[in-house]
Ligand binder design. Sequence first.
Ligand SMILES: *[C@@H]1O[C@H](CO)[C@@H](O)[C@H](O)[C@H]1NC(C)=O
Ligand SMILES: *[C@@H]1O[C@H](CO)[C@@H](O)[C@H](O)[C@H]1NC(C)=O
Ligand SMILES: *[C@@H]1O[C@H](CO)[C@@H](O)[C@H](O)[C@H]1NC(C)=O
Ligand SMILES: *[C@@H]1O[C@H](CO)[C@@H](O)[C@H](O)[C@H]1NC(C)=O
Ligand SMILES: *[C@@H]1O[C@H](CO)[C@@H](O)[C@H](O)[C@H]1NC(C)=O
Ligand SMILES: *[C@@H]1O[C@H](CO)[C@@H](O)[C@H](O)[C@H]1NC(C)=O
Ligand SMILES: *[C@@H]1O[C@H](CO)[C@@H](O)[C@H](O)[C@H]1NC(C)=O
Length: 623
Amino acid sequence: MKPYFLVLSLLGLIITHGNSQSPASPEGFNCSANRSIYPCQAYGLYRAGLDQGAHDLISVGDLFGVSRLMVARSSNLTTSTTPGLGEPLLIPFTCDCLPSYNRSYYPVAYQIEAGDTYYLVSTKKFQNLTQYPAVEIVNPTLVPTDLDIGVMVTFPLFCQCPRSTDNFTNLVTYVMQPSDSYSSVAANFGTTVQSLVSLNGAENKSASFATIVVPLVQNPPPIILNSKSEQPAAPAPSPTPLIVSEKNDRNGVIVGLSVALGIVGVLCIFMLVLLVCAWRSRERMSEEDGGKGSNAAAARFGRTGSGVKLMTDITEWLDKYKVFKLEELKEATGNFDSSHLIQGTVYKGIIDGETFAVKKMKWNACEELKILQKVNHTNLVKLEGFCVDSESGTCYLVYEYLENGSLDTWLHDLTSSRNLDWRTRLRIALDLAHGLQYIHEHTWPRVVHKDIKSSNVLLDSRLHAKIANFGLAKTGHNAVTTHIIGTQGYIAPEYLADGLVTTKMDVFAYGVVLLELLSGKEAVNAEGDALWAEAEKTIFNFRDERKEAKIREWMDPALVEQSCPVDSVASVVNVAKACLQKDPAKRPSMVEVAYTLSKADETFADYSGESLSSVGGSDVFAR
Ligand SMILES: *[C@@H]1O[C@H](CO)[C@@H](O)[C@H](O)[C@H]1NC(C)=O
Ligand SMILES: *[C@@H]1O[C@H](CO)[C@@H](O)[C@H](O)[C@H]1NC(C)=O
Ligand SMILES: *[C@@H]1O[C@H](CO)[C@@H](O)[C@H](O)[C@H]1NC(C)=O
Ligand SMILES: *[C@@H]1O[C@H](CO)[C@@H](O)[C@H](O)[C@H]1NC(C)=O
Ligand SMILES: *[C@@H]1O[C@H](CO)[C@@H](O)[C@H](O)[C@H]1NC(C)=O
Ligand SMILES: *[C@@H]1O[C@H](CO)[C@@H](O)[C@H](O)[C@H]1NC(C)=O
Ligand SMILES: *[C@@H]1O[C@H](CO)[C@@H](O)[C@H](O)[C@H]1NC(C)=O
């Protein structure tokens, strides 16, 4: 192996680096040269607690969208350690080359707080691991000078993947401090000045806070080991197994699995769940959008093959969730009484005065768990925790509860549809576009929802929309069942014909939801005709003079009663038409949709006065 590597690394010195050969530009690292090396596992160096920033492992994990255990593991700490002030931590980054920008990033969802600007969050909270021009690029629909508190912004943390010829497997994104030089950094990471020069170009002494990449030749690198020896000794970790009863220092997020299940039982269950997951995920790999890259990627991440490896995948995330006890859920839902039933197998439950939605399902819940653990966005329904019942082989997923129920019940009822004025519908369309944009662009591997429909869109107390039911459609896909995957009226033609799964099938289904918002009609009528086919015949194919009258005729009577602006309606019709193109390649991406709709919303905001702000807590499910 050694001589082989030596030859390769010599070659590496001659051939220029596949990526850029200078510190990151303000937009990030250029990855257009060789996209095939992405995605990969990378790291970023973060110093705990500087500028009153995240200090303990939980807040650091939350900031970077990873679990405490993942931070602890890559920094050779125990989960109970609190790092010293300024102590360097290695944060695991999933590094991908974003095709629309040709820049490589680890995208992190961040919710704006009072006083935040792109600049301040990048330089202080993320310690220059990204820069504001890059933040502007990846959030094309947001206005940087006009950020509302609570809005989700994607912060693209700079990262790179090693070339295939490199003799190391990971790169660490490192921000040069005023006291640093290449030689001190090389010493800190146990590498050489020469390799830093070959990765980042010659050292520029006058550029402080430059973002460079450093090869990780030993894990953890000396910078972490040395800093630790200066710290007072951490309390010895208790030998408790990972999952069980680790009390959370923050707010009791970890409750510990039911004692009745017992430690051994728990481990067995997870083995089982994970084996099922392993089997399913391998099956899914081949059908996933971008499946070409993801097999190679999976190999890089060591995700294929063994269930044991997958086990670490999920256990790493367990401490992000509350683990509920079965008795707790039974009590909360009146022993899963039908009076608590919301829909399907989803029950309403009250635990400690807080309301949740509890979904009861078979083992295949892990599919949804695996997807939800990666996503975090205001327009996606949030998973709060779960519970596993080994005796009945049942898994319970516990979600945030949304007072106003699903969009379809609002639209298909004349009284409540009057409460959804045009402004509110436009906003629901935009919320949905943002949620989809996030799963399509900012997750890895790309998530395709596969079952976008109005009944999977839930509304919160302020009538903001969130996407629910992740992975449900996927679980229907296996050789044994003959279930139709997806829902009639929303299925894209290419999927029906060839089983082709891409993000564009969600775009198609989204187009159908837009038609429902416009017309108040159901996606499939009583005769079994699809709404999109009807729209094609009635509103898409007319010239301007007749189009307006046709649209008016076709629109939801509840909307016609109110006066809604023609321009705004016409632009939504055009977006729907584009989304419903038969050729998936011609459909827009969700970024483009979100952009167009936010423009429609802006022009309408100038035009309209008050909008419906709250329909406080009416429980549409209670009926
Ligand atoms: C990796 O390559 C660099 C030169 O690019 C060399 O200095 C270093 O010794 C190599 N490391 C190993 C472990 O082969
Ligand atoms: C990204 O790079 C590829 C290959 O170099 C090129 O074909 C593509 O047009 C680039 N995309 C953008 C948005 O610059
Ligand atoms: C990225 O690098 C490629 C060559 O490797 C170059 O052609 C392209 O212009 C660069 N893109 C940007 C945006 O700098
Ligand atoms: C991790 O840290 C401990 C001391 O806290 C040390 O004994 C051990 O060697 C370190 N592990 C590695 C892989 O360096
Ligand atoms: C980030 O960079 C800015 C200058 O670009 C500097 O003022 C700030 O101190 C840096 N922050 C950290 C945490 O290094
Ligand atoms: C890109 O990377 C792949 C695999 O790492 C390699 O086979 C290919 O030769 C590289 N292409 C270029 C242009 O560097
Ligand atoms: C070094 O950094 C300074 C400040 O960022 C910049 O103005 C200068 O062009 C850089 N020099 C080189 C050779 O890249």
